[in-house]
Design a protein around this ligand. Structure first.
Ligand code: 0WD
Length: 254
């Protein structure tokens, strides 16, 4: 039997077929979830539509997470079309490329604010509008990285934003537990995606993981997808406010 049959899950952050959110979507669909994909803007709409079309019963909505009105509309539409939401996958981050190179000390006020707005505050903005629809209990998850805890070369302001995101996971979990809503993060090892293109020397980061991680290989998106499926399912019902590492064990040795 399927672990997510009858569950409505919102998946935010599919940009293309290499996106972590896309691998998550496939793991969720394989367990019978009904998926709603959100995309940032027209720039990615066609690509996301083509992907969504391969998952029967899934739907599509625009939602730029920097615009409150778009998140309001998303929540309103979810309420009208589905009534109940069971899961929310947040797989969104952004920082300007100039902030992902060189020294963190050079971060601009603007660059800091933008990275935090899209990569950390957006989880709060979306959660506050969607948890009221989780009337049968729910699971919220986001994507984070080891750079939240360690000063990693070139990750810079994104690491600081991920630290805010991980703290948000704990505060949101503390707030929403009383409503039967769990909030967790997955800390993934480095994966070559569109977002990773912005990070300088990404190849050497991958090589380090292959050398040092206990599993001696890099992380695959499908591994993240299956852990996300676990977090969306009843199997993880006792877990909230947690960050789970899907990184081949890299963070225990580094
Ligand atoms: O090594 C990696 N790739 C890791 C990624 C390791 C650990 C964590 N992560 C995280 C990222 O920081 C991010 O939070 O996983 C999440 C997903 O990232 P991804 O799958 O690696 O990257 P990508 O396929 O680019 O998806 C991120 C998407 C954006 O793509 P682009 O490249 O077009 O910026 O986030 C979305 C967008 O689709 N996004 C937004 N969505 C709505 N509103 C916005 C926005 N304002 N900005 C970005």
């Amino acid at each position: 039997s399927q672990l997510l049959a009858g569950k409505n899950i919102v998946v935010m952050g599919v940009a293309n077929d290499r996106s972590i959110a896309w691998a998550i979507a496939q793991s969720l669909a394989a367990q019978g979830a009904r998926l709603v994909f959100t995309y940032e803007n027209e720039r990615v709409e066609e690509r996301v539509r083509k992907l969504a079309d391969t998952i029967p019963g899934s739907t599509l909505m625009a939602c730029n997470v920097t615009v409150d009105a778009e998140i309001d509309t998303l929540a309103e539409t979810l309420k009208n079309q589905l009534g109940v939401v069971h899961g929310l996958v947040h797989s969104i981050a952004f920082a300007r490329t100039e902030e992902l190179d060189g020294l963190y000390v050079d971060t601009s006020r603007d660059g800091f604010a933008l990275a935090h707005d899209i990569s950390a505050y957006s989880l709060v903005a979306v959660s506050q509008r969607i948890y009221p629809l989780m009337t049968e209990g729910g699971s919220i998850m986001t994507m984070t990285y080891l750079g939240a805890e360690r000063a990693m070369k070139n990750y810079n302001v994104m690491g600081v934003a991920k630290a805010a995101l991980e703290a948000s996971v704990r505060y949101l979990a503390a707030d929403l537990g009383q409503y039967g809503v769990r909030v967790n993060g997955i800390s993934a090892g480095p994966i070559r995606t569109l977002a990773a293109k912005g990070i300088k020397d990404f190849n050497s980061i991958l090589r380090q993981v292959e050398e040092k991680a206990p599993l001696r290989r890099t992380t695959e998106t499908a591994e993240v997808g299956d852990t996300a499926m676990f977090l969306m399912s009843h199997l993880s019902r006792g877990i909230t406010g947690e960050v789970i590492y899907v990184d081949g064990g890299y963070h225990i040795v580094g």
